[in-house]
Write a new protein. Structure first.
Length: 220
């Protein structure tokens, strides 16, 4: 997989390093010559010295050939412009954008070409809630501009779904249970899988199906 990353700061370089170790091809787009010169000695990535907000520079960098665009700069306005150009001008299949300021989260949607947005403060809040909440549905991540969400719930003792096989539950059509974590182990859900007290249930939902799944797993 070929991944382009706009912004070679700490976030961008950590992402690049992980992807390179996983065997992916990485293109780092950075406008500061000194940064690129230093990184060439540390990361065996491809580099393009340019402003990622310039269409001509993105053409020169070969953005039309990448599978994923990551807008990882420290400026939200830059990440939005990069995301929009990647999606509309180059039809990049997957665009992931970093949200620096939580109040700007609402802008990072499909209108700006963003498939997945990552806001560190929101993610940390969700992880804290996930760690301490039982019987509450916690949103972990948003995909496709918020039209798909990864949610988690730790089942309480008297949850309405307890002891029932998944095949017998009326799971909403636009919702899917993707994993069950039980006693530190991941259980791949099947039709005969039963849900138990203390299970951490991970599900993909849409805005329309979230309430119905919440009622099924938690109750009204």
């Amino acid at each position: 997989m070929k991944v382009a990353i706009a912004g070679a700061g700490k976030v961008g370089t950590y992402i690049a390093d992980d992807l390179l170790k996983a065997g992916h091809q990485v293109l780092l787009i950075e406008k500061e010559p000194a940064v690129v010169e230093r990184l060439r000695l540390e990361l065996p990535a491809d580099y393009h010295l340019s402003d990622a907000c310039e269409i001509s520079e993105l053409h020169e960098a070969g953005l039309a050939d990448v599978d994923v665009m990551v807008a990882a700069t420290g400026e939200d306005q830059v990440n939005l412009v990069v995301s929009l150009l990647a999606k509309q001008e180059f039809a990049v299949p997957r665009v992931v954008a970093r949200v620096n300021h939580p109040k700007n989260q609402w802008l990072f949607n499909e209108t700006w070409g963003v498939d997945v947005s990552v806001s560190t403060p929101h993610l940390l809040t969700a992880l804290v809630e996930e760690a301490v909440s039982v019987g509450s549905l916690v949103q972990l991540l948003h995909f496709e501009g918020g039209e798909a969400r990864l949610v988690e719930v730790t089942l309480a003792e008297f949850c309405p779904c307890g002891g029932k096989p998944l095949a017998e539950l009326e799971i909403p059509r636009d919702a899917t249970i993707v994993a069950v974590v039980r006693d530190g182990h991941v259980v791949v859900p099947r039709g005969d899988t039963t849900l138990e007290k203390g299970d951490e249930v991970l599900a993909l939902v849409t805005p329309d199906s979230e309430a119905a799944l919440k009622a099924l797993l938690i109750g009204s």
